[in-house]
Design a protein around this ligand. Structure first.
Ligand code: VAH
Length: 318
C-alpha cells in the first residue's frame, strides 16, 4: 500500500484517517479528497488535497492517474439520519459513488476499503451479540445502501478479482470532527456540551443500547484489515467490529466520573430513535478477531478519559 486516495476526507472518519495515514505512510503518499477545500482544515493544508465528487467518474480517474494511486479508502457517503431526509441524494452518493470507485479499481487493479455499518442490520436481526452472518433487512435507506454496498464489493471481488475489504462500523466517537447527520452523533455531542455547558439534552432515549468505538481503534481497523493476509479473509467486506456498547445513561455516568456536576435530560428525536431501535444492541465480532486479529484498545472508561482530555485542550476548558 503506497499511494492512497481517500474520498470523503472532510467527514468524521476522513478527517482522522488522513492525518493517521500521512504519519504512517508519508505525506506524499496520501491524497485526501472531498467536495470542497477548507483552508482552516489540516486535511487540506497539511498534505495533498484534491476536489473530487465521487459521483463523477472522470474526476476520480483523473486524480487516480495523476498520483498513480494503488489503494482507495472510500468514505464519501451520507449517514443514516440525513439519508432519511434525502433518500434519493443518499442513493446517488452512496451507491453511484461506490460503483464508480469499484469500476476504477477494476480498471486500475486498485485495493479498496469502504465501510459498512451496524446500520446494515434491521429490526428482524437478532439484536444481542448480532452474528457475523445473519438476517439483514434494514429499515433505512442508509442501511439498504450498506447491504447493497457489501454485496457489490463481494461481487467485484468474486467476478473481477478486485481486492475489496470493509468493516461494519458501530457509532464512532472522535475529538477531531463533530459528526452530523448520524444517529449515533449524540455520543460525540455529549462530550462537547459536558465541557462547554455542563448539561446535555440527549435525542436518544435512555435504555437504547448501540455499539460504539473510539476513533483510534476505527483507524487501526482500516490499516490492519488493508494489511491483512488476504488468504485469511473469509468475510472480506463486512466484518462486524465493536469496542463497547452503551446507552445515554451509561455514558453520562462515565463522564460524571470526570465532571461530577454534569447533568443530562432528554428530548428524543423520533426519527433517530426509530433508527437506533432498529439496530443491534451488541455485536459478535469474533470473525474479525479470528481472520485478521481485530482487537480494540479503548473501552468506555479509556475513551471517556481521552476524549475529555483532548476536548479540554481543543475547547481551552479545564
Ligand atoms: C450513523 N454514525 O449514525 C453513523 C453510523 C452506526 C452508525 O453508521 O449513521
Amino acid at each position: 500500500m503506497k499511494k492512497i486516495l481517500i474520498t470523503g476526507s472532510m467527514g468524521q472518519i476522513g478527517t482522522a484517517i488522513a492525518a493517521h495515514l500521512r504519519d504512517l505512510y508519508g505525506t506524499e503518499n496520501v491524497i485526501a479528497s472531498g467536495l470542497h477545500m477548507r483552508m482552516d482544515s489540516p486535511v487540506c493544508t497539511e498534505g495533498i488535497f484534491e476536489i473530487v465528487d465521487v459521483t463523477n467518474p472522470d474526476q476520480l480517474a483523473k486524480v487516480a492517474a495523476k498520483y498513480r494511486v494503488d489503494t482507495v479508502i472510500h468514505l464519501a457517503a451520507l449517514l443514516s439520519a440525513r439519508g432519511e431526509e434525502k433518500p434519493q441524494l443518499l442513493w446517488n452518493i452512496n451507491m453511484n459513488g461506490l460503483y464508480n470507485v469499484l469500476e476504477l479499481a477494476r480498471d486500475l487493479n486498485l485495493k479498496v476499503f469502504t465501510p459498512s455499518s451496524i446500520a446494515a442490520f434491521g429490526p428482524t436481526t437478532p439484536p444481542d451479540m448480532t452474528p457475523q452472518d445473519t438476517i439483514q433487512r434494514p429499515s433505512t435507506i442508509y442501511g439498504v445502501s450498506k447491504v447493497a454496498g457489501e454485496l457489490l464489493c463481494d461481487y467485484y471481488f468474486k467476478r473481477y478479482g478486485v481486492d475489496t475489504r470493509g468493516v461494519r462500523y458501530p457509532g464512532l466517537i472522535s475529538s477531531e470532527k463533530v459528526p452530523s447527520g448520524g444517529t449515533t452523533d449524540y455520543a460525540v455531542h455529549i462530550f462537547y456540551e459536558a465541557i462547554k455547558t455542563g448539561h446535555f439534552t440527549s435525542n436518544i432515549a435512555a435504555g437504547t443500547f448501540m455499539d460504539m468505538m473510539y476513533m483510534p481503534d476505527a483507524l487501526n481497523a482500516i490499516v490492519d484489515l488493508l494489511e491483512a493476509d488476504p488468504d485469511r479473509l473469509i468475510h472480506r467486506n463486512a466484518f462486524n467490529i465493536t469496542a463497547m456498547s452503551f446507552d445515554p445513561e451509561i455514558i453520562k455516568k462515565a463522564i460524571q466520573k470526570h465532571i461530577p456536576n454534569f447533568s443530562m435530560d432528554y428530548k428524543v428525536d423520533p426519527i433517530k430513535q426509530k433508527i437506533a431501535e432498529s439496530w443491534p444492541n451488541t455485536l459478535d465480532d469474533s470473525a474479525a478477531r479470528q481472520e485478521w486479529d481485530w482487537s480494540p484498545k479503548y473501552d468506555l472508561d479509556a475513551m471517556v478519559e481521552d476524549m475529555i482530555a483532548k476536548l479540554r485542550i481543543k475547547l481551552q476548558k479545564s
